[in-house]
Design a protein around this ligand. Structure first.
Ligand code: UD1
Length: 341
């Protein structure tokens, strides 16, 4: 049973990935600094899988602690690296915080991994690296465009750093997964997304409006050149996304990778507009959503959805859940957390 480190393993995507890793029989060690997560997620994971993952509260910015952690766990056979800050607006306000949180920490983890016998690394990247791509659906060969925010830049720089390490070390294997828009929650609604403060992302804003925590959703722009004028994204169920990490890791562990640095788009391949999402949500929840059309939001691209052929054919992974399923799970989660809070 291989031992896998999941950094940021108590966060939204991290926690779902820990569950899928445990379901596949991996031993999981979680590092999290709890800056955007809570320790009770550990119990929630345990109640789903029946296995309590090892957990160390550790801030990856503390280099010496990262060193001691890896000395103690020198038998780690793979690392899935989620720990990072991810609020686009905050990154514009405080870029150095983002470079420190997302880049310094990545460097410290990679430095320690170079000492390991086997270095298998999965990086949490984003479709944001493509900016407004010229061709839809977006393939992995699409050019990486100038980042719209320091957050986006940390994903681009992160990928470059890993690539540079792979270039000089043929024993170092990296895969960058470029996520499209992760939404939804685990089926039993024991884990899900817990945004702090006012949600910036569409789906948590929708569910919080429907439950009465927010007055009204603003749809940012209805004059885009799309079928209904609102922006198009590729919304992927977080459980499907979590499974992609397990498949990518297994590819490295059994040495199936054809190059020691690979990138894959992880999306559904289907684009949905903001109004499509609202319609789907209303259908699956039976709730009438209070929304209005507002001005465009600065920095939004018109459309972004994935060509998933590379992930389908090479990773052997395909998303399974529909938009309806994902939104139904997000709604169940929202109702569940409010009931218990
Ligand atoms: C955003 C980030 C992206 C990050 C991702 C993480 C930007 C520009 N991009 O993606 O880098 O990886 O989150 O999940 O911030 N919308 C509304 N009303 C709202 C909120 C959103 O109409 O209250 C619309 C947006 O205009 C957009 C769509 O919903 O068209 C999705 O927005 P969001 O969930 O914030 O994701 P992205 O902007 O695609």
């Amino acid at each position: 049973m291989a031992k896998i480190l999941v950094t940021g393993g108590l966060g939204f995507i991290g926690s779902h990935t820990v569950v899928e890793l445990q379901n596949e029989g991996f031993e999981v060690v979680i590092i999290d600094n709890l800056s955007n997560s809570s320790e009770d997620v550990l119990d929630r994971i345990t109640s789903i899988t029946g296995i309590k993952p090892l957990f160390e509260k550790l801030d990856l910015k503390e280099k010496s602690k990262v060193q001691s952690f890896f000395e103690k766990h020198s038998d780690i056979q793979g690392v899935i690296h989620f720990a990072a800050s991810k609020a686009v607006g905050e990154s514009v306000e405080n870029p150095l915080l983002y470079y420190e949180n997302n880049i310094n920490t990545l460097v410290y983890v990679l430095q320690e991994m170079q000492q390991l016998e086997t270095a298998n690394f999965i990086f949490s990247s984003s479709c944001t690296v493509y900016g407004q791509a010229d061709v839809m659906p977006i393939t992995e060969d699409a050019p990486v465009k100038k980042a719209e925010s320091p957050y986006g830049n940390t994903k681009q720089i992160g990928e470059e750093i890993i690539q540079d390490v792979c270039n000089i070390n043929s024993d170092f294997n990296g895969i960058a997964l470029r996520y499209f828009n992760p939404i939804g929650a685990h089926e039993g609604a024991k884990i899900g997304e817990l945004p702090i403060g006012v949600p910036q992302n569409l789906v948590p804003f929708i569910t919080q409006t429907a439950i009465g925590l927010r007055e009204q959703l603003s749809v940012f722009g209805d004059d885009y050149p799309t079928h209904d004028g609102t922006c198009i994204r590729d919304y992927i169920h977080v459980v499907d996304l979590a499974k992609a990490h397990v498949v990518a890791l297994q590819r490295l562990l059994v040495k199936k990778n054809t190059s020691n640095y690979e990138t894959f788009n992880i999306g559904t391949g289907k684009g949905s507009s903001v109004l499509d999402v609202i319609k789907s949500f209303q259908k699956v929840s039976g709730q009438k959503l209070n929304y209005k059309i507002a001005d465009r939001r600065a920095g939004d691209v018109i459309e972004a959805y994935a060509n998933t052929e590379k992930a389908n054919n090479i990773l052997g992974w395909k998303s399974q859940s529909s938009l309806d399923d994902a939104l139904a799970s997000a709604w169940k989660w929202e109702q569940n957390i409010r009931k218990n809070s």
